[in-house]
Design a protein around this ligand. Structure first.
Ligand SMILES: Cc1cc2nc3c(=O)[nH]c(=O)nc-3n(C[C@H](O)[C@H](O)[C@H](O)COP(=O)(O)OP(=O)(O)OC[C@H]3O[C@@H](n4cnc5c(N)ncnc54)[C@H](O)[C@@H]3O)c2cc1C
Length: 302
């Protein structure tokens, strides 16, 4: 029986590991894909993580993993399928048929961006196709970009990019935006944002870099970059109904990581919060570890 199982080894999971390990907990970190790095490994360059600006996402993730290894990080490679509570401890079942028992769990499984699933999306991911205007917007100084989506994130992204790029096309498949009225009005006032409604983007074209996007009305728009903002899919199926989940699928928890289920904590992109970035995920991990340590002490598990 472990003191703590951390599910997910992104910045939230790795930072939780370091805090928990330094408090002498017996910790195991489970990961299904990006061992010790999390999804930031997919980013070409990270320009907003203080102290390490300009590193590639892979280098940053590797630095997280190597630092965790200095503290003896022990990884369990597998996909968590189900978490259940048994008496005063937790049982996590994995896709290889094994299960891990622990006195507490920090769930740090992140959230993935919803994709368009169109030709060119995978080819240009990280090289013209982005899910993060805040991260990659600066690359499009005086260029032309498209933002795809109709909610507040898409509107915010278009507004943010309109102060950097020469021209922003905001493309939405419906006839009206779903975002807040105040954001819609702000977008309308921006002379360099052109809204394109009731169309779907069907392809992202180019050889070594993006040259244009094609739409299902037959039109083609010349762009240098495409920002996809059609929502996030938090990885919360594993939790069933043991915690509270909001309307968008995120675990309801504040920065302490405390959930409705005593002994199960949530950290990083998977929880309800305003900003989903490496820096906020790392601080979540630290906070959740402290909450887990306090829980284990107060329930006399350690
Ligand atoms: C292409 C790209 C570029 C980005 N650029 C930036 C940037 O420039 N700056 C910035 O601050 N942020 C950026 N982000 C966002 C940043 O990566 C996330 O905010 C951050 O990684 C969240 O950390 P996390 O630990 O919460 O989750 P993640 O990093 O998503 O880690 C969660 C981990 O859990 C694992 N996992 C999920 N489900 C299970 C399961 N059932 N069992 C076992 N393991 C599981 C996943 O494989 C993953 O490794 C970018 C994201 C992407 C995709």
């Amino acid at each position: 029986m472990r003191d703590l199982l951390i599910i997910g080894s992104g910045p939230a999971g790795m930072s939780a590991f370091i805090y928990a390990k330094r408090a002498n907990l017996d910790v195991l970190v489970a990961e299904k894909e990006f061992l010790g790095t999390g999804q930031i490994a997919e980013s070409l360059q990270v320009d907003n993580y203080i102290g390490l600006v300009g590193k590639s996402g892979y280098e940053l993730g590797e630095a997280f993993r190597q630092d965790a290894e200095k503290f003896g990080a022990e990884f369990y490679e597998g996909k968590a399928l189900k978490i259940t509570q048994k008496n005063a401890f937790w049982v996590t079942e994995f896709d290889n048929g094994e299960s891990v028992e622990s006195k507490a769990v920090i769930y740090a499984a992140g959230a993935s961006h919803k994709r368009l699933h169109i030709p060119g999306e995978d080819k240009f991911l990280g090289n013209g196709v982005s899910f993060c205007a805040l991260c990659d917007g600066a690359l499009y100084q005086n260029k032309t970009v498209a933002v795809v989506g109709g909610g507040d994130t898409a509107l915010d992204d278009a507004l943010y990019l309109s102060d950097i790029a020469a021209k922003v096309y905001l493309i939405h498949r419906r006839t009206e935006f779903r975002g807040a009225q105040k954001n819609i009005l702000k977008v309308k006032k921006k002379t360099n944002i052109e809204t394109v409604l009731a169309v779907n983007v069907t392809g992202i074209n180019g050889d070594s870099r993006i040259e244009a996007i094609t739409l299902d009305n037959g039109n083609k728009i010349t762009v240098d970059g495409v920002f996809i903002a059609i929502g996030m899919a938090p990885q919360t199926d594993v939790l069933g109904d043991i915690v509270e989940i909001d309307d968008y699928g995120y675990v309801i928890a504040d920065e302490t990581g405390i959930t409705k289920a005593p002994g199960l904590f949530a950290a990083g992109d998977v929880r309800t919060k305003k900003l989903r970035q490496v820096i906020t995920a790392a601080s979540d991990g630290a906070n959740a570890a402290i909450s887990a340590i306090e829980y284990l002490k107060s329930s006399e598990c350690i």
